[in-house]
Design a protein around this ligand. Structure first.
Ligand SMILES: *Cc1c(COP(=O)(O)O)cnc(C)c1O
Length: 476
């Protein structure tokens, strides 16, 4: 048997020769064209979805519309690369472009958030949170987070999530003004001495004081995890205080206000090399292992590329302008709804979110949600503090202005949105906790008005906006 030394050849790019331009664009075009012949059923559903997004007033606080370039990148052939591990340290060959893409995504995430460390591999923020928790906590250790019913997230210690089953989860709530009860946070921290304190929420319309959380965490020797899933766009734009240098670790979803693909992100700032629970291993190294191999397998290369693209979009001045509009719109929407007699939790908002008590209209959260959807307006039911109704029914609605602002709608147009909400909520009659009655003529009128508003304020994904005429003239 002969032995010979095989030197791996340097992957070569011949000078002056570039890959055929637009190979990826062509592939996407061909793929979609072929889909229409090969699978018309599925293609029709995808087309109907675009049409629906274009012609619906979406006020889902956890959603936004990804830039068309982000959507396209998410469908790239890069997705065909299977490579566990991290750039330069993969467990499979063939990751040359992917390594560069992931490095780019990490650099852009660090730049955008002023972070010292970023992990772009989490498939979702739930995965990111569970990775962080499982590397900082042993089973049975204590964590302290915002109660689900007070606006917290499942992964912050809810019994419905492993975060509330594998760990001893203690939760804090809101005071009687609907604000985070810091006296209670401090008291529970002193009593239970959690190893991890979580700051962040899925339904909280006010600024989160991360520095105050950090003081409490330091007093009891806890790690502070900031989860900015809902407000990541405002944080990136400098319109909400950043927790990146305040918390030990920060996590976020990338598809919510950040306008990226489905996915998650872990960041660390000043404390990126603070010691982990063993007193030695720095946090950034713990986090690398926490994601892979401890809680995930192969990363999703095209999603990581789409994250890289979204971070670049979020760094542009236009993103900041939209973020400013998001906040101004939410304030205006809250004020208009209040003026129409609706109860707005905390009396207003500091971010993109307006929480509303619908009991004044005689409705439940779920009937309000369904009646609005029938009229082309999307807003989801939400429990409100002291809610006596079950989670599938609820007494509140959660509204968000991310997508309205992405349509270019400003505070002046929030009056039209508030009036449409008001028309539907006051024109709907409760039959049971989950069923309602609404005049079909009202549905038609509101639907037409919604179409008109949408056509006047097209989404970035709307390729052929036409301009119909307002029927009842609530628009400016
Ligand atoms: C939405 C949300 C998550 C979960 O994000 P996914 O990416 O959907 O798993 C985690 N934390 C908070 C505060 C959220 O609002």
């Amino acid at each position: 048997m002969t032995h010979r030394t095989v030197t791996a050849p340097e992957p070569t790019v011949v000078p002056g020769e570039r890959p055929p331009t637009g190979a990826q664009a062509e592939l996407l075009r061909t793929g979609m064209d072929t889909l229409h012949h090969a699978d018309p059923e599925l293609a029709a559903l995808l087309d109907a979805e675009v049409e629906q997004q274009n012609s619906t007033l979406a006020m889902i606080a956890s959603a936004s519309t990804a830039d068309p370039t982000v959507l396209a990148v998410g469908g790239a052939a890069l997705s065909n690369v299977t490579a566990e591990g991290y750039p330069g340290a993969r467990y499979h060959p063939g990751a040359r472009q992917f390594d560069e893409v992931e490095r780019l995504a990490v650099e852009r995430a660090k730049q955008l958030f002023g972070a010292r460390y970023a992990n772009v591999q989490p498939h979702s923020c739930s995965s990111a949170n569970l990775a962080v928790l499982s590397s900082l906590l042993r089973p049975g250790d204590t964590l302290l987070g915002l109660d689900l019913d007070a606006g917290g997230h499942l992964t912050h210690g809810s019994r419905a999530s492993v975060s509330g089953r594998h760990y001893h989860a203690v939760s804090y709530g809101l005071d009687d003004r609907g604000l985070i009860d810091f006296a209670q946070v401090a008291e529970l921290a002193r009593e239970h001495r959690p190893r991890v304190l979580i700051a962040g929420a899925s339904a909280y319309p006010r600024t989160v004081d991360f520095a105050r959380f950090r003081e409490i965490a330091d007093r009891v020797g806890a790690y502070l995890l900031a989860d900015i899933s809902h407000i990541a766009g405002l944080v990136a734009a400098g319109l909400h205080p950043s927790p990146v240098d305040v918390a030990h670790l920060t996590t976020t979803s990338t598809y919510k206000q950040l306008g990226g693909p489905r996915g998650g992100l872990i960041l660390a700032g000043r404390d990126f090399d603070a010691p982990g629970p063993d007193g030695r291993t720095p946090l950034h190294r713990l986090m690398q292992r926490a994601v892979f191999p401890q809680s995930q397998g192969t990363p999703s290369p095209a999603s990581i590329a789409a994250k890289a693209r979204a971070f670049a979009v979020a760094a542009e001045p236009a993103f900041r302008e939209t973020a400013e509009l998001i906040v101004a719109d939410a304030r205006a929407l809250a004020a208009e709804l209040s003026a129409l007699g609706h109860r707005i939790l905390t009396g207003g908002t500091d971010n993109h979110m307006v929480l509303m008590d619908v009991t004044g209209t005689g409705l439940t959260g779920v009937t309000a949600e369904r009646a609005l959807e029938e009229c082309g307006i999307l807003a989801n039911r939400n429990r409100i503090p002291g809610d006596t109704r079950p989670p599938l029914v609820t007494s509140g609605l959660r509204l968000g202005t991310n997508i309205l602002a992405q349509r270019g709608m400003g505070p002046a147009q929030m009056r039209a949105c508030a009036q449409l909400l008001h028309l539907v909520l006051t024109g709907t009659h409760l039959v049971s906790d989950t069923t309602y009655r609404i005049d079909p003529a009202l549905v038609t009128t509101v639907r037409e008005e919604v179409r008109w508003l949408c056509a006047r304020n097209p989404l970035p994904i709307d390729t052929d906006a036409s301009t119909p005429v307002s029927l009842i003239g609530v628009g400016p």
